[in-house]
Ligand binder design. Structure first.
Ligand code: FES
Ligand code: MG
Length: 574
C-alpha cells in the first residue's frame, strides 16, 4: 500500500505534526484518528438554500457510519451549494465556482478519498468536475428523488407539471387559486425533482459512469435504502483508499460513451450534454458534442418517465432502477467498463431484475425507437452546434421553415408574449438570444419559451423555438438549445433579424437562416444593426466567469479549469 496522503499531515513529528493533530482533539477524538487509517472527506452540499439537498445532512451521517465501520476517519465538510429554484441569474453561473471550491478543498486538506454528496441539478456535475481534477478515490452519493407529487388524486411531476399548469392558467383552463394550491402538492418530501429532469439524469449518468454504487441513483430520498447505500458508500471508499482506486484508473472513453447511451435510454436532460462534456474535460477524456448524436443513434428510449413519458422516479425505482436499464441495453453499452466497486458495469447489472416492464421497457417494445434522443444541429445559425431533444419535440415541427421573431432578452419576450399585436403565426420561429454562458451570464433555462397567448388561444401547443441558453430537463417542446457560438460571443445568431426565414431540418441535422453570406457580412460590420458586441466583462465572479468561460459545445467550463491537476501534497503552511 502506498503511503497515505494524510500521513503528510498526521504522520509528522515536531511542531508541524503537533499543530495538524492538536485541534482535531477538540471534539474528544482519540489518538487512533492518526494511526495511519484513511481519512475520508465527505463533501456535503447540504443547504437550506438548496431545498433538494437539505436532507444531505442525514445522508452524511450514514456515510460517516460506513467509514467508521470500515476503519476510516470521516471528515465532513460543506461545499458551496447550488439551489436550482432560488439562485439568480442562473444556477449554472455557479457550477464552475462550486467545482473550484470542491477541487481546492480536497487538494488543500489531509484527505485520502472523498464521498461527494449532491442532488439538485448542478451540484452533482460540479462536485464530480472538481473531484476529477483532483483524482483522489471518489464515490458519488446522490440525495435521491422526492416522493411523487400528488394533486387532486393524481401523480404530478416536478417541473413538468409546473410548465403544464402555467400554460393551463394562461389558456384559462385553470384558476390562479388552483395553481397556487398545487405548489405544496408538488413537493411532498425531501429530495430532488421526481421527473427525468437534470437531477435524476445526472444521478443516473454518474451511476452509468461507474462513480456511484449500482442501483443507487433512483432510491427515493426518504427511503431507508438511501441511508443504507450511503453507509455502503462510506465502507467502500475506505477500501478504495487502500486500493488507490482513483477515477483515472477506470474512468475512460468507454465509461463516457456508456453514460451518453444511458442518457438516451432514460430520456435524460439536454443539460447532461453540457455537464458530461465538462466532466470529460476534467477527466481528460476525449468526448465531443457530436458523440451525443452519433452514440445515441441506435439507442431506443426505454424508460417511460416524464417529461418524455408517463411515470416518475418512484416507479422507476420500483422497476429496478438503472441496473434494469443497463441490463436491457445489453450490447448497446460496453459492459467491460470498470466501476468503483471493482466490478465491471456488466457484472453489476448481470442479474438485475425488471419488476415493472411498463416503466422500463424492452428493446423490442421501447417508449420511442432508436435515434429519438439528441439531435446535434449545425448550419449558418450554429456553426459549432446546437442541441434538440427529439423525444420532447413535436414530430411535425422537426422539418420546418418559418419567419424568425427575434428577441434580444427574455424580458423583452415576456413583456410581449401575451400581446394581441404580436406578429406571430403557428409557423413563426421564436428566438431569444443573449442567453448563453457569456451573454446572460450563466446560460439560464429560458429556452422553452411560453407559447404566445395569441397562439394558445388558437390551440397551438408547440412552436419552434431557438436560443443560445438551455432549458430545464423537465421541459418539453420543439426547442433548439445551446446554440454555439452564442450571440454575445459573436455567434451568427446575433445577426438574425425578425422576418428572416429560418429552417430547422432535424433529419438533415441542419439549422439555417436564409440570409446571403454577403448580407451577413454587411450586418456584422454595420453599426446600426442589432448585432451585439460582447458585453463588458464586469467584476467579481461574474466578471471572471464571462472572461474565461468556454462555449456550450465544449461544456461551458472555465478554460483554465479543464484537465486534471492531481493531488500532490502542497507546501507546508507554517
Ligand atoms: Fe433541485 Fe429540480 S430543483 S432537482
Ligand atoms: Mg432543472
Amino acid at each position: 500500500m502506498p503511503e497515505r496522503r494524510s500521513a503528510s499531515w498526521f504522520g509528522l513529528d515536531g511542531k508541524l505534526g503537533f499543530v495538524h493533530r492538536s485541534k482535531l482533539y477538540n471534539r474528544g477524538g482519540s489518538p487512533e484518528m492518526f494511526d495511519g487509517r484513511p481519512v475520508i472527506g465527505i463533501a456535503s452540499s447540504a443547504s437550506d438554500l438548496a431545498p433538494c439537498n437539505a436532507h444531505l445532512r442525514q445522508v452524511a451521517e450514514a456515510v460517516k457510519r460506513g467509514v467508521l465501520m470500515a476503519g476510516g476517519v470521516p471528515m465532513e465538510f460543506p461545499t458551496i451549494s447550488i439551489g436550482e429554484t432560488l439562485m439568480r441569474p442562473s444556477a449554472m453561473l455557479f457550477r464552475n465556482l462550486m467545482a473550484m471550491d470542491v477541487e481546492e478543498t480536497l487538494r488543500a486538506n489531509p484527505l485520502d478519498g472523498v464521498v461527494l454528496l449532491g442532488g439538485c441539478d448542478k451540484t452533482v456535475p460540479a462536485q464530480v468536475m472538481g473531484a476529477l481534477s483532483v483524482d483522489l478515490p471518489t464515490v458519488m452519493v446522490t440525495g435521491g428523488p422526492a416522493l411523487n407529487g400528488r394533486f387532486r388524486g393524481e401523480a404530478v411531476g416536478s417541473g413538468t407539471h409546473v410548465w403544464k399548469f402555467s400554460e393551463e392558467v394562461r389558456a384559462g383552463r385553470m384558476s390562479a387559486c388552483e395553481f397556487r394550491s398545487a405548489e405544496a402538492c408538488l413537493s411532498r418530501s425531501a429530495g430532488h425533482c421526481t421527473t427525468m429532469g437534470t437531477a435524476s439524469t445526472m444521478a443516473c449518468v454518474t451511476e452509468a459512469l461507474g462513480l456511484s454504487l449500482p442501483g443507487s441513483a433512483t432510491i427515493p430520498a426518504v427511503d431507508a435504502g438511501r441511508a443504507r447505500i450511503a453507509e455502503q458508500a462510506g465502507q467502500r471508499i475506505v477500501a478504495m483508499a487502500d486500493e488507490g482506486l482513483a477515477p483515472s484508473r477506470f474512468l475512460d472513453r468507454r465509461s463516457f460513451e456508456n453514460a451518453v447511451r444511458v442518457n438516451a435510454a432514460i430520456g435524460g436532460s439536454t443539460n447532461a450534454v453540457v455537464h458530461l462534456l465538462a466532466m470529460a474535460g476534467r477527466a481528460e477524456v476525449d468526448l465531443a458534442l457530436d458523440d451525443f448524436d452519433r452514440l445515441a443513434a441506435d439507442v431506443p428510449l426505454l424508460v417511460d418517465l416524464l417529461p418524455s413519458g408517463r411515470f416518475l422516479m418512484e416507479e422507476f425505482h420500483d422497476a429496478g432502477g438503472l441496473p434494469a436499464v443497463i441490463r436491457e441495453l445489453g450490447d448497446l453499452v460496453d459492459g467491460a467498463a470498470m466501476t468503483i466497486n471493482g466490478r465491471t458495469l456488466a457484472e453489476n447489472c448481470a442479474d438485475a431484475p425488471n419488476w415493472r416492464p411498463e416503466v422500463v421497457r424492452s428493446r423490442k417494445d421501447p417508449v420511442a425507437p432508436p435515434g429519438s434522443h439528441t439531435a446535434v444541429l449545425r448550419g449558418n445559425l450554429a456553426p459549432d452546434g446546437a442541441v434538440l431533444k427529439l423525444s420532447a419535440a413535436s414530430p411535425e415541427l422537426t422539418r420546418h421553415t418559418g419567419p424568425a421573431l427575434v428577441f434580444d432578452t427574455i424580458e423583452d419576450y415576456d413583456a410581449q408574449k401575451d400581446s394581441p399585436e404580436l406578429p406571430v403565426t403557428p409557423d413563426t420561429v421564436l428566438v431569444v438570444r443573449n442567453a448563453g454562458p457569456v451573454g446572460y451570464p450563466g446560460m439560464p433555462e429560458i429556452g422553452n419559451l411560453a407559447i404566445p397567448k395569441k397562439m394558445l388561444d388558437q390551440g397551438v401547443r408547440d412552436m419552434v423555438r431557438i436560443t443560445d441558453g438551455r432549458m430545464s430537463g423537465t421541459s418539453y417542446g420543439t426547442v433548439v438549445l445551446h446554440v454555439a457560438p452564442e450571440a454575445a460571443a459573436g455567434g451568427p445568431l446575433a445577426l438574425l433579424r425578425s422576418g428572416d426565414r429560418v429552417t430547422l431540418d432535424v433529419p438533415a441535422r441542419r439549422l439555417e437562416m436564409d440570409v446571403p453570406e454577403a448580407e451577413l457580412t454587411a450586418r456584422a460590420s454595420g453599426s446600426a444593426d442589432s448585432f451585439k458586441k460582447a458585453p463588458t466583462r464586469g467584476a467579481g465572479w461574474a466578471g471572471l466567469y464571462r472572461s474565461q468561460v468556454n462555449q456550450a459545445d465544449t461544456g461551458a467550463d472555465l478554460d483554465f479549469l479543464t484537465g486534471r491537476r492531481g493531488h500532490a501534497v502542497p507546501r507546508r503552511p507554517f
